[in-house]
Design a protein around this ligand. Structure first.
Ligand code: MCA
Ligand code: AMP
Length: 507
């Protein structure tokens, strides 16, 4: 049997292909039949341009129905889909294209001025553009293609997608996800979260990360059901949609923004059966406040780009605020000490995981990949946690130096390297401090370089916006004479986090 993930989805599509897959804000519907036909056209287009199974295709576009159907087309063609955050700037995209060597790139029309020459300089012959309305060069080229395509045979371990995650060294690594990784996780979530006929999901998450592209979309595709698909997150529109929907998936920032809306009432959510949260820690207060305001208990789950979803609070049974729940079926989750021994119940240790959902390694980084796995094949998540007697996992922190801002990951090293290159800067340290909207806010602490024109907060932020995606740019920059260091000379980031915590007195 064809193990292509698309073939799995197709086996669950409704017999009546006029049924909706996407319900757009305009009320327009994209049916399963149309999705199938467009996915066929995209697949045929890339095949006609000489792309063969295993080739990479990089996609950096704004959210649109076409972007989702493009992903399905790439699966059908057996290509490895490489989605890029639409906030990435030219310098960031250059690295991904150099590293992944895609045969085709799809970008926003507004990016073509730099993307076309960049692709040309790297020998990428196929460049297409796509905007939020289906405008650009991709659609006309695909429209000329046949609307049928025999989905390419794939084996379970063949590559379906590469998703880049930043690293503690500042260099991004491409997590290689196979058809089995994605398919096994989708099946487990679809079952664990009780998807059933008639479910309608409100989809407002980005389509370039695991949460929106895989977790949310895959559950709907496996259900053969519909999603109400929006241009972007909007709390008011989400609440209006809840009257006609049953499931919502969000990062914690979306829940705090929903809570700020007076329209969020038990009546507005009466038809909803499931709210899930993940990608960043959900405060127990948010969980409790949401229950008080709506009568609904948010189901928190935990995962990673490299692994898909690992644990989930149960659909039936206790959804414990502050815990990410027990391991999902088929996933092994352990908490171990630095010597690799299992920790006692309740003791804090390193979270390590194994399962069919866990990736095989990072693109073209065999040594780095090997370091991340134990001898028994468990992947080291870099998260710190503890397991209760009934095996609920609580994430208490991270051993990796990572900031999660509004559900987006920011590795301080990458931002520090960019700041240190700026004139007037001697050195810098970047930390996450509590933020009411984004959970954590990227914050820079800078030591000025003596004898040069001093940098200031505004100039540093403006310079970084040229180079880095906006969510990585520090919300605040503070200046100090020297960075606090321990006896080993390592910067004490905990001291900085404490000192520049905006909830405390002004630093
Ligand atoms: C936007 N800005 C941000 C963020 N988003 N700054 C820091 N962190 C962010 N996350 C910037 C904007 O560029 C703008 O900057 C300013 O903040 C205010 O923008 P705003 O209009 O409020 O932003 P928005 O467009 O409403 O976006 C906020 C958002 C978005 C909806 C929360 O960040 C989002 O969709 N987050 C979800 C991310 C996600 O899906 N993560 C899943 C990763 P300026 O004023 O300077 O222009 S997958 C994952 O983590 C794993 C596998 C898992 O477990 O799911
Ligand atoms: P990413 O690399 O974008 O896949 O982010 C994965 C990281 O997000 C994990 O290693 C955790 O640190 C964090 N994460 C995801 N879900 C949760 C959650 N529910 N609670 C706490 N941290 C989470």
């Amino acid at each position: 049997m064809n193990q292509n993930l698309y073939a799995l989805f197709e086996s669950r599509f409704p017999a009546d292909r006029t049924q909706p897959l996407l319900i757009l804000e305009s009320g327009k519907i994209v049916s399963y039949g149309e999705a199938e036909a467009w996915a066929a056209r995209y697949a045929a287009l890339f095949a006609s341009r000489g792309l063969v199974p295993g080739d990479r295709i990089a996609v950096q576009v704004d959210r649109s129905p076409e972007a989702l159907l493009l992903y399905l087309g790439c699966l059908r063609a057996g290509l490895a889909y490489l989605p890029l955050n639409n906030a990435y700037r030219e310098a960031e995209v250059r690295y991904f294209l150099e590293n992944a060597e895609p045969r085709a790139v799809v970008g926003q029309p507004s990016a073509m001025a730099w993307l076309e020459p960049l692709a040309a300089s790297l020998g990428i012959a196929n460049v297409f553009s796509l905007d939020t309305q289906g405008g650009g060069t991709l659609q006309p080229a695909a429209a000329a293609m046949p609307d049928r395509f025999e989905t390419i045979e794939r084996a379970p371990d063949d590559l379906a997608a590469i998703l880049y995650t930043s690293g503690t060294t500042g260099r991004s690594k491409g997590a290689m996800l196979s058809h089995r990784n994605l398919g096994s996780n989708a099946l487990v979530l679809h079952r664990a979260w009780g998807f059933r006929p008639g479910d309608v999901l409100v989809h407002m998450l980005p389509l370039f990360h695991v949460h929106g592209l895989f977790v949310a979309s895959h559950c709907v595709l496996l259900n053969g059901g519909a999603m109400r698909f929006h241009a972007k997150f909007d709390a008011g529109r989400a609440i209006a949609d809840f009257a006609q929907s049953t499931v919502f998936m969000g990062v914690p920032t979306l829940y705090t923004r929903l809570l700020a809306e007076p329209a969020l009432t038990p009546e507005a959510c009466a038809k909803m059966r499931l709210f899930t949260s993940g990608s960043a820690p959900l405060l127990a207060e948010t969980h409790q406040e949401f229950q008080r305001r709506t009568g609904q208990r948010i189901l928190e789950r935990y995962g990673m780009t490299e692994t898909g979803m690992l644990t989930s609070n149960p659909l039936e049974g206790e959804r414990r605020a502050g815990s990410v729940g027990p391991a999902l079926p088929g996933v092994e989750v352990r908490v171990v000490d630095d010597a690799g021994r299992d920790c006692a119940t309740g003791a804090i240790g390193n979270v390590i995981v194994r399962g069919p959902n866990v990736f095989a390694g990072y693109w073209r980084m065999p040594e780095k990949s090997a370091e991340e796995f134990t001898a028994e094949g468990f992947f080291r998540t870099g998260d710190l946690g503890s397991l209760s007697a009934d095996r609920y996992l609580t994430i208490v922190g991270r051993s990796k130096d990572l900031i999660i801002s509004g559900g987006y990951n920011v590795y301080p090293k990458e931002v520090e390297l960019a700041i240190d290159e700026l004139p007037g800067v001697q050195e810098s340290a970047v930390v996450g401090v509590p933020h009411p909207d984004f959970g954590e806010a990227v914050t820079a602490v800078v030591v000025p370089r003596q004898g040069t024109e001093p940098a200031n907060e505004g100039s540093i932020i403006a310079a970084l916006k040229q180079r880095l995606a906006n969510f990585k740019v520090p919300k605040r920059v503070y200046f100090v004479d020297e960075l606090p260091r321990n006896t080993m000379g390592k910067v004490q980031k905990n001291v900085l986090r404490e000192r520049f915590d905006p909830r405390k007195a002004a630093p």
